[in-house]
Design a protein around this ligand. Sequence first.
Ligand SMILES: *Cc1c(COP(=O)(O)O)cnc(C)c1O
Length: 298
Amino acid sequence: MSEQTHSSVAKGLHVIGVPRDHVRVVPCDDAFRMDAAALERAVAADEAAGLRPFVAAATAGTTNTGSVDPLREVARVCRAHGLWMHVDGAFGASVLLTRHRGMLDGVELADSLSWDAHKWLFQTYSCGMVLVRDRGNLVSTYAAHPEYLRDLEEGGVTNPWDLGPEVTRPARGLKLWFTLQTMGSEGLAAAVEHGFDLARWAQDEAERTRDVEVVSPAQMAMVSLRFAPAGLSPEGCDALNAEVSRRMCESGYAAVFTTELRGRRCLRICAIHPEATEADMRGVVRGLRAICDEALAL
Ligand SMILES: *Cc1c(COP(=O)(O)O)cnc(C)c1O
């Protein structure tokens, strides 16, 4: 995985028994994308040490910045070294519905793709999906065939309990089905594309705002900013941005939390609400500026 991979990937590996010291974290390039050459070097070094790397987890739409790993290059490394290729599309796989789908070029080479409907398909918690190339892998992993379920297994139907770790489970997919019936994939696509506009409006406003650096430009529905007034130390700016975030969240106007990029705190905006407007996004950035002024006056 890369240094921008979501923490849930390491957690998942921990759950299936991969020791923490067997997880390799590959560096990213300047745009927060996995460095595929570094991935290949890490795999080769492990092979030379007698280890057997078996999976690479790429991300399509990272949590911090919305960046997409070079999926085609990661796929080439996976093919060359016999690795399973997983793509974490929890947030970004929804872009496949839109005219921006070319951003995910190479995703079709993945062995598995995770995709959260409770993110950019607008569902309530929880509703997530994993798409797999070969369903036989799920059946051979999870099918258990206990004697008390035998009567339910007749008729050649694949039961959901043969495809994953849960036996009894709720109909999580039903709400997504309803959304698809009412909005259609075109309606969903338009709502997702609106998120791209929201991030761009925020970036545009930030670029017109004094003392703001765009730390990571609009990618998908995300943009990251940092107030860096002249004369304030980097540590002072970290504290200022944390304080601005705290006050903005407290105000109830917008939930702009902080994250850390290149070792510094910044303000991360991720807006996907289909009814949010350009005025809302400009208002958030202006509001942040006003709060920043207040915080500096103290
Ligand atoms: C949100 C997110 C996750 C975690 O998904 P959960 O459904 O909260 O477990 C994993 N990866 C990425 C890229 C995410 O954005």
